[in-house]
Design a protein around this ligand. Structure first.
Ligand SMILES: Nc1ncnc2c1ncn2[C@@H]1O[C@H](COP(=O)(O)OP(=O)(O)OP(=O)(O)O)[C@@H](O)[C@H]1O
Length: 305
């Protein structure tokens, strides 16, 4: 089954190209050059990602300010990366550039040493999983659409439906997940957290194809209960198997604790880069965001004493 995520990506990219065409005809020459290179690009092997002096402005007339004025970062293959920062600091925009949804205005994003634009979108899609795009299609299409994806995915991975659905764990532990699927057969909507669980399972199913090298997730667990969130991250770490994983989150916890690299954004720029320990020691933006969350617990503990 053609992935809705791929279709969405093509449609957004087409939309974007049309915007560029009308916005600035001088860009046409560049677009033609890109098309020529697309057919020459090879498949993605390791997913070492280098962003250097990336600048991006949303192409709509009203969006005059840069969402990302000048961002540089390096993501080693196989690393767990967590992108944190205040609202509007550019976290989701980075994910959109990494998944090829938009092109940078200046600067470059290199994947395995080649500009990201040189890859065919289909190659990028095959090697990337983005929970948020699937979430969006589930939202647009409702529960029936999501169920179709599960059925198609189960066939694709050639796994018995019972194991594929439940993150491949024993049936009892993930009974609730199967319960949600059973619910989907009868209804047109399920809760936000239930949807997120299903989307996460679907992603684990895609892992079984062996082609996924990069997982980009914007707010993977915002609707999950705490146990669900813990299970999701444990499973991701276990099944990571050399995949590069990039998460955008506002929650400091399991993800930030185990991250190889935390990219802390502020006003469209990378304010800090490092592990939780490094950034806490720095005592700057990351530490201040972390302390706001931690303070809630510290204060209530004080009150109860
Ligand atoms: N589709 C869009 N069109 C125009 N401007 C946008 C669009 N999406 C985001 N922006 C702007 O780009 C900047 C960065 O937004 P982005 O969504 O990347 O931030 P974020 O860090 O993910 O925020 P949040 O934590 O609120 O999700 C913001 O100033 C935002 O207003």
């Amino acid at each position: 089954m053609t992935s809705i995520a791929i279709l969405q990506q093509y449609s957004s990219r087409l939309n974007y190209s049309l915007q560029i065409l009308f916005w600035d005809l001088s860009q046409v020459g560049k677009a033609v050059t890109n098309i020529k290179i697309l057919y020459e690009a090879g498949n993605i092997k390791n997913q070492i990602i280098d962003g250097s002096n990336v600048c991006f402005v949303y192409p709509w007339e009203k969006a005059k300010e840069s969402a990302l004025p000048d961002v540089s970062f390096r993501i080693p293959a196989g690393s767990l990366v967590v992108n944190v920062g205040a609202n509007g600091s550019g976290k989701s925009t980075i994910i959109k550039l990494l998944t090829g949804l938009y092109d940078t205005d200046s600067g470059a994003i290199l994947v395995d040493g080649l500009p990201i634009q040189d890859y065919r979108l289909a190659d990028l899609c095959q090697t990337q999983a983005t929970l948020n795009l699937i979430m969006q299609s589930a939202k647009d299409g409702g529960a029936a659409e999501l169920l179709d994806k599960f059925k198609a995915g189960a066939q694709m991975t050639l796994e018995p439906i019972s194991t594929a659905f439940g993150y491949q764990l024993d049936d009892d532990k993930y009974k609730s997940l199967k319960g949600v699927l059973a619910k989907l057969e009868k209804t047109t909507e399920v809760s936000g957290g239930e949807k997120q669980r299903l989307v996460a399972s679907r992603t684990f199913m895609r892992f079984r194809t062996g082609k996924i090298k990069l997982l980009c997730v914007d707010e993977p667990s915002s609707a999950l209960d705490l146990r669900g969130e813990f299970e999701l991250f444990e499973r991701l770490r276990e099944t990571g198997d050399g995949k590069t994983m990039i998460f955008v989150t506002h929650r400091f916890g399991h993800l930030t604790k185990y991250a190889d690299v935390i990219i802390c954004m502020k006003e469209g720029k990378v304010a800090e880069l490092g592990t939780h320990k490094d950034l806490m020691a720095g005592g700057s933006e990351y530490a201040s965001l972390y302390n706001v969350q931690a303070q809630v617990f510290t204060e209530s503990e004080v009150r109860f004493c």
